[in-house]
Each structure stands twice: as C-alpha cells, then as structure tokens.
Design a protein around this ligand. Structure first.
Ligand SMILES: NC(=O)c1ccc[n+]([C@@H]2O[C@H](COP(=O)([O-])OP(=O)(O)OC[C@H]3O[C@@H](n4cnc5c(N)ncnc54)[C@H](OP(=O)(O)O)[C@@H]3O)[C@@H](O)[C@H]2O)c1
Length: 238
C-alpha cells in the first residue's frame, strides 16, 4: 500500500496487519512508522519510494517479490495544492493529478496480472467527499478533479477485471484528523463551519476510515465492486 507512513494510510496498514495481512508500506519516509508497528508486534515491510519520481510498476513488483504474493492494493498517498484555479500553475495541476490519478492507474495496471494469477484481488483507491462536491471551502481544483476522475477509473477497472476475481472500489472519507488537514483544522474560520455541517458533529479519526478499508480488502467485498463507499459522518447528507 502507498502512503502507509501516516494518517489514513498508516491506520489502514495497522488495521490490515491486525487482521493478519502481510503488508508493505511505500512512502518517502516509511521507516519510523514501520519501526513503531514492529514494536507493537506487527511486522511490516517498509519500501522507501517517492511516487512522484519512481516507477509505480517497479514498486508493485518489489512488493510482490518481498511479500511472496499480492492480493490487495491500497493507494493512499496524498499531495494537495490549495489555490484557486486562476493561480494554479500547470506544474501544480499535473503534480496533484499525477500522484492521485496517474499513479493509481499505473499501480493497478501492474498489480492486476499478479492478482489474476491467484484469481482473487482487491484494489482500493482513496477518493473523498470532493469526489461528489466540487471541492471544499478552500479551492482545490486539481485535487477535486483527481478525486472525481478516480470514480471513473474505479468503475472502468471494476467492470474490466470482475471476471478476473478482482474487486475495485473507491473509499471516500469525509473530514479526517490527519496532517493533511492540519492547515484547515488550524483555521477557525474553516474548521467551525465544516464541523457544523457534519451531522455526527465531529471529524473522523483515521481508524474509523481504516475499519471500512479492511472490509473492502477482504472477503466482505466479494459482491462489492465499482463503488464509492462514503465514510463521512453524514456530511454529504447535509
Ligand atoms: N484527511 C482527510 O480529511 C481526507 C479526506 C478525504 C480523503 N483523503 C484522502 O485519504 C488519503 C490519505 O490522506 P491523509 O489525510 O492520510 O494524508 P497524510 O496524513 O498527509 O498522509 C499522506 C501520505 O502520503 C505519503 N506521500 C506523500 N507524497 C508521497 C510521495 N511523493 N511518494 C510516496 N508517498 C507519498 C506520505 O508519506 P511520506 O511523507 O513518508 O512520503 C503519507 O504517508 C489521500 O488520498 C487523501 O486525499 C483524506
């Protein structure tokens, strides 16, 4: 899985390990998280990789070799540029689109043949409530576009790979307490109105997203594919 060093990805890695999965976490700095998990008795493989520079297919091969198989892929690495469209450079646009969307496709394309060999696979991309909303109170046009496009990719791959035993889903969290959202949480003008719009009245803990992710990576998802699974405390129902 990508983005396992902190935030939602880290919580998913831990939940998968506790469920008995063998897990490789790939990020630029995975060592600290890996050491902490090992101290908890959860042996995890750390793969140091900058996905903005390294070949995603090579990473999948490395994970497959090191783990001795590949049954589930989770793409949770994240970058964001919070700027209005008129101020966003093409490089910034491409950076966000590349990590969220292009890397998702390239990882899945490399993983699917391995999963097909076993006749069983789970692919889980991370969407967001912005998959459906057109963004939040701060303009994030590239991020919003990537998260919406991921729904198209999820559906297309789910259809194409269903006969191979591979289920492809998009997990869409609402607002979650991670480093990613720190600039928003530290701004009372943003934090207050967002929190007030969440029917459950609070932001999610990463573990609450991870619990659903584990089900989507397991037998529980046998009849579940091509779906956006929203875990948002009711945000979209507002
Ligand atoms: N937090 C939320 O409220 C929220 C809501 C909806 C959706 N999401 C989505 O959930 C996913 C996880 O978000 P998060 O909040 O957990 O983010 P986060 O706490 O900022 O963690 C981001 C992860 O991505 C990794 N990463 C960033 N750039 C990378 C790169 N170039 N190569 C490899 N790994 C890289 C980071 O590891 P290193 O620094 O070690 O590289 C880290 O593990 C993302 O897809 C995000 O869009 C989050």
């Amino acid at each position: 899985m990508t983005g396992g060093s902190r935030g939602i990805g880290r919580a998913i890695a831990e939940a998968l390990l506790r469920k008995g999965f063998r897990v490789a976490i790939a990020s630029r700095n995975p060592e600290e998280a890996a050491e902490a998990l090992k101290r908890e008795g959860l042996p995890v493989l750390a793969l140091k990789s900058d996905l903005e520079a390294d070949d995603p297919a090579g990473l999948v091969e490395e994970a497959h070799r090191a783990l001795g198989g590949l049954h589930a892929l989770v793409h949770a690495a994240a970058v964001n540029v919070r700027k209005p469209a008129l101020e966003l450079s093409y490089e910034e646009w491409r950076r966000v689109l590349y990590l969220h969307l292009d890397v998702a496709f390239l990882l899945a394309q490399a993983a699917a043949p391995r999963m097909a060999e076993a006749g069983w696979g789970r692919i889980l991309f991370l969407g967001s409530v912005t998959t459906f909303t057109g963004g939040g109170p701060v303009p994030i046009p590239a991020y919003t576009t990537a998260k919406t496009a991921l729904l198209g990719l999820t559906r297309a791959l789910a259809k194409e790979w269903a006969p191979l035993g591979i289920r492809v889903n998009l997990l869409c969290p609402g607002y979650v307490e991670t480093e990613f959202t720190l600039p928003v949480r530290q701004n009372p003008e943003l934090y207050g109105p967002i929190t007030a719009r969440i029917p459950l009245g609070r932001w999610a803990k990463p573990e609450e997203i991870a619990r659903v992710a584990v089900a989507l990576c397991g037998e529980e998802a046998e009849y579940l594919t091509g779906q956006a699974v929203v875990v948002d405390g009711g945000f979209l129902a507002y």
